[in-house]
Write a protein that binds this ligand. Structure first.
Ligand code: FES
Ligand SMILES: [Fe+2]
Length: 388
């Protein structure tokens, strides 16, 4: 159980808040790269509570600039892209990717050009996404996690519906080992299901352990029968599981973007497949309890089940009202890590998972790629009834 203040610290993403300053030390995926083109050169994006416009100028440079024009606040989403940047539609102030004011066409004003700057953030294109970094410069490297660097197969990006909740419940879920055997006990294609739906497959698990790595927390399950499964949470936002990585970008305190990035071994191709999933709830923009969730769509499983649990914990989960047990030790470890890393940022240090060298980071991908979770060693099962 946390205090109101501690819960705020873990969940606020805005500039100047302790959590928001921590999150500004990492590169974040902004949008799927193919969504920006010369035909559709501007896109509004909201990240960490800031309204921004991603744009591609006519020279092909891509910038991320504050939505509001520094002249008199008109949106640059409706700006005209030029060879040297983006010109506000209202009075034509022309700005480049660095935020320099290059033209103020209604007047000759060197003072404005020399002293005013639009707020911009660096952008990189990598593995099918545009990414940004919103913290103090110099920016760290965009980490080269093993899954991003594979050249022996193909990638697929799946964009999930926007999460109408704070990002931190999804992070806690990444270090919540036991929910796998309980929440996800009926995979869509399963031939058997547990006899006891309260216990699910939890009796197959001998132990759940967690240990810190230099980029996050490794989760280790040991099953009866000797199988082990180790895959990590990449601090502070992502889950690396099986052959995929689940990536989250906080939109603001109450909304979060979610993508999965899958790797499949096989003939290599440069083309990254992209799929957009339809909402899991109706109405799609409503929140619990008005929204009714489709608890087990075959499409998007198992994440669709996780989403129901995350959103129904509340738009911002009230951690002053909870009762953690020993099986929540991963959650407790993550919270402790968050408070420690926030303090490191406040001391001016790089937090966990910020890298300044280009090495490839091993997240146990090769071992977890073919992991199939053993079920039924101890837990009793019954056949799933075939539909008549
Ligand atoms: S508001 Fe943008 S140029 Fe005037
Ligand atoms: Fe899950």
């Amino acid at each position: 159980m946390l205090t109101v203040e501690q819960n705020r610290t873990l969940t606020q993403v805005g500039k100047g808040t302790p959590g928001g300053e921590l999150l500004r030390r990492y590169w974040h995926p902004v949008c799927i790269a193919r969504e920006l083109s010369h035909e559709a050169p501007t896109k509004h994006v909201r990240i960490l509570g800031e309204d921004l416009v991603l744009f591609m100028d006519k020279s092909g440079n891509v910038g991320l600039i504050a939505d509001r024009c520094p002249h008199r606040n008109a949106s640059l989403l409706y700006g005209r892209v030029e060879k040297r940047g983006i010109a506000c539609a209202y009075h034509g102030w022309l700005m480049n990717c660095a935020g320099d004011i290059l033209e103020t066409p209604a007047e000759q004003n060197d003072h404005i050009k020399n002293t005013v700057k639009a707020r911009t953030y660096p952008v990189q294109k990598f593995v099918g996404f545009y990414w940004t970094y919103m913290g103090p410069l110099p920016a760290p490297v965009l980490p080269k996690y093993d899954i991003f660097m594979r050249r022996d197969g193909r990638f697929k990006i799946t964009q999930y519906p926007r999460l109408d909740c704070n990002w931190f419940v999804s992070a806690e879920n990444s270090v919540d080992s036991t929910h796998l055997q309980l929440l996800h006990q009926e995979p869509p294609e399963a031939k058997f299901k547990p006899l006891d739906s309260t216990r699910g497959y939890i009796d197959d698990v001998l132990a759940s352990d967690y240990y810190a790595t230099d980029y996050g927390i490794m989760k280790k399950r040991t099953y009866h029968g000797g199988t082990t499964d180790e895959h990590p949470m990449i601090f502070p936002l992502w889950l690396r599981t099986r052959s995929a990585i689940w990536m989250r970008t906080p939109i603001d305190d109450e909304h979060t973007n979610h993508w999965t990035f899958d790797f499949k071994k096989g003939a290599p191709t440069d083309e990254i497949q992209v799929e957009y999933l339809a909402p899991f709830k109706d109405p799609p923009d409503a929140i619990h309890p008005v929204a009714k969730f489709d608890n087990l769509p075959r499409h998007g499983w198992p994440l669709s089940e996780d989403v129901v649990m995350w959103e129904t914990q509340g738009v911002i989960a009230d951690r002053t009202q909870e009762h953690l047990g020993a099986s929540d030790k991963g959650v407790a470890l993550l919270r402790k890590m968050m408070f420690e890393e926030i303090e490191r940022v406040q001391r001016g240090e790089d937090p966990l998972g910020v890298f300044r060298d280009e090495r490839i980071i091993d997240t146990n991908l090769e071992k977890s790629i073919n992991m199939t979770y053993p079920t039924g060693h101890v837990a009793k099962t019954i056949p799933v009834k075939e539909p008549v």
